[in-house]
Design a protein around this ligand. Structure first.
Ligand code: SF4
Ligand code: SF4
Length: 440
C-alpha cells in the first residue's frame, strides 16, 4: 500500500536540529532528527525501517495515500456532537449553582457581566428536583464516583442548603459521590471545615495575590478579603482538607505580583495545583502578549520545581496535544460545555452547560429528551460556526475555540487566540530543550 506524509504535518526545529513533529488534528507528537524530517517533507520513506513506519502511522504522520484524515476527523467530530440519550449517559457530574449572590465584588465577575444582575437563589426543592432528574442519567453511567460541585456566587452564603443537600444525597443514593466546592474561602469556619472533612470534600479556592494585591482584585464588602481567605486556608489546613486547586485570575492590577514569590506563598499554604488564568472578560494590556505568554510559562516551570502543577487555558492546547488519542476516540471538546459529561443547574433553576454562559438548555420541568436535544443542537451549531474561524490554526484540534465565555467580551477572543498560540510555541521550545512533556 502506498503511503504519504499527512498534509497536517506540523514541526518545530531547535538550534541543535532536534525536531518535534505532530499531526495538527491528532496531536501525540514525536521527536525525530532533521534528516528524517526532510525525508518526510519530500515523501521519501525508502530508508525508514519497518518499525519506524509503523510508529509514524500510529501517530497519523504517515497515511495510506487514499486517506484524507481531515475529512474523517471533521466527520467524526460532528457525529460525536450529536448528543443522543446514550451519549448523555456519560454524564457523571452535576454542578449546583446555589446562588449568584456574593460577598466579594471582583472586577472581572462573569456572573454580573454575562448572566445579568438579577439575584437568584435555588430552593431546596429545586435542588432535589434537579438531583432526581440527573439520577436517571447517573444510573446509566459507570464512571464512578459521580461528582457534585457546589458553586455560586459564593456557595457558602447558602451553607445550610449545602448541608441539607449532602445529608439528603448521603441518605438517598446508593452510589459513591465525590463532593467539591468552589468558594472564595472567606466564610470557612471550624463548623464548616468539620463537615467538609467528614464528607471528604475537595475545596477549590481563589487567590489573586498576597495582601493588598488580592484585596484590589477581589474586594470584599466591608472586610479585608485577603485576611478572611488566609484565615479560611489555615482552618482547611488544620482539618487536613484537600485543597484541590487555587485559582488565580490575572488582570492589569496584579500581573506584576504573580511571580515566583507568589508560587512560594501558595506552596506554604499546602497547594499542589494552581490554575492561573488571564481575565476572561478583558484584555491584559499592561504587558505585551509575548511577555505575558513567556511570563506564564516561566511561572509554570518554576512551580514545577516546587511540585506544583500550574494549569490555565493558555497551556491547555499544549497539554491536550500530548494526550494520546486513537482513530475512534478523537478529542471532541475543549470543556464540559460541549463534551456532554456534566450538567449545571443554575441559580435561576434552569439547566445549563456552563454557569458562565447565558445559554440555557431547559427548565426543571422539561424531560431529559428535551434537554438533550437542545444541548445537542447548540453544541453542533457552535462547533460548525467555530470551525470556520479555527480551520488551519496551529492548535486547532487542541483548542477548538477554547473557552466560549471570552467570546462574550469585545476584543478578548483575538487576544486569547494570540496568547494561546504564543504560549504553545514557547512550550514546544521548552519541550525540545528537555526532550519531554514539560507539565507532568
Ligand atoms: S487559538 Fe483561536 S483560532 Fe486557534 S483554535 Fe483556538 S479559538 Fe480557534
Ligand atoms: S465555556 Fe469556559 S468557563 Fe464554561 S465550561 Fe467551558 S471552559 Fe469552563
Amino acid at each position: 500500500m502506498k503511503i504519504q506524509t499527512t498534509n497536517n504535518l506540523c514541526y518545530r526545529v531547535d538550534t541543535n536540529s532536534n525536531v518535534i513533529i505532530w499531526n495538527r488534528l491528532y496531536g501525540n507528537p514525536l521527536f525525530i532528527n532533521k534528516e528524517k524530517l526532510n525525508l518526510l517533507l519530500t515523501n521519501n520513506f525508502k530508508s525508514f525501517h519497518h518499525d519506524e513506519i509503523e510508529i509514524l502511522e500510529k501517530h497519523q504522520i504517515l497515511l495510506p495515500e487514499y486517506k484524507d484524515n481531515s475529512e474523517s476527523y471533521y466527520k467524526s467530530i460532528d457525529n460525536n456532537h450529536y448528543i443522543n440519550y446514550s451519549k448523555l449517559q456519560q454524564v457523571n457530574s452535576l454542578m449546583i449553582e446555589l446562588t449568584n449572590l456574593c460577598n466579594f465584588e471582583c472586577s472581572y465577575c462573569m456572573h454580573k457581566k454575562v448572566t445579568g444582575k438579577k439575584l437568584n437563589t435555588l430552593s431546596i426543592n429545586d435542588i432535589k428536583k434537579s438531583i432526581h432528574q440527573i439520577n436517571n442519567l447517573f444510573a446509566g453511567n459507570q464512571k464512578l464516583p459521580y461528582k457534585i460541585t457546589f458553586t455560586g456566587g459564593e456557595p457558602l452564603l447558602k451553607w445550610n442548603n449545602i448541608k441539607r443537600v449532602v445529608e439528603f444525597l448521603n441518605k438517598t443514593t446508593g452510589y459513591p459521590i465525590k463532593y467539591r466546592i468552589l468558594t472564595n474561602g472567606s466564610l470557612i469556619d471550624e463548623n464548616i471545615a468539620f463537615f467538609l472533612k467528614n464528607n471528604d470534600f475537595t475545596v477549590h479556592l481563589s487567590i489573586d495575590g498576597i495582601d493588598s494585591v488580592h484585596n484590589n482584585n477581589r474586594p470584599m464588602i466591608n472586610n479585608n478579603s485577603y485576611q478572611c481567605v488566609k484565615n479560611g486556608i489555615s482552618i482547611l489546613n488544620k482539618y487536613d482538607i484537600d485543597i484541590g486547586s487555587v485559582g488565580v485570575t490575572i488582570t492589569n492590577n496584579n500581573i506584576n505580583h504573580i511571580n515566583n514569590s507568589f508560587i512560594d506563598y501558595i506552596k506554604n499554604c499546602g497547594v499542589k495545583h494552581c490554575s492561573i488564568e488571564p481575565d476572561l472578560t478583558a484584555r491584559i494590556d499592561y504587558i505585551s502578549i509575548d511577555k505575558l505568554a513567556q511570563k506564564l510559562v516561566n511561572i509554570m516551570l518554576y512551580a514545577k520545581q516546587k511540585d506544583i502543577i500550574v494549569k490555565g487555558f493558555w497551556n491547555k492546547p499544549y497539554v491536550l496535544m500530548f494526550q494520546e488519542v486513537n482513530e475512534n476516540e478523537k478529542r471532541i471538546s475543549w470543556c464540559g460545555a460541549t463534551s456532554g459529561v456534566g450538567l449545571v443547574i443554575s441559580s435561576n433553576a434552569k439547566w445549563k452547560v456552563c454557569p458562565y454562559l447565558p445559554f440555557e438548555i431547559g427548565n426543571l420541568d422539561d424531560d431529559m429528551d428535551t434537554i438533550i436535544t437542545n444541548w445537542s443542537k447548540w453544541a453542533l451549531s457552535y462547533k460548525k460556526k467555530q470551525r470556520n474561524k479555527c480551520n488551519g490554526c496551529l492548535i486547532e484540534s487542541f483548542c477548538m475555540g477554547g473557552c466560549i465565555v471570552n467570546q462574550y467580551y469585545e476584543g478578548v477572543t483575538d487576544f486569547r487566540c494570540e496568547l494561546y498560540n504564543k504560549a504553545f510555541n514557547i512550550l514546544i521550545d521548552e519541550t525540545l530543550k528537555t526532550n519531554t512533556f514539560v507539565n507532568a
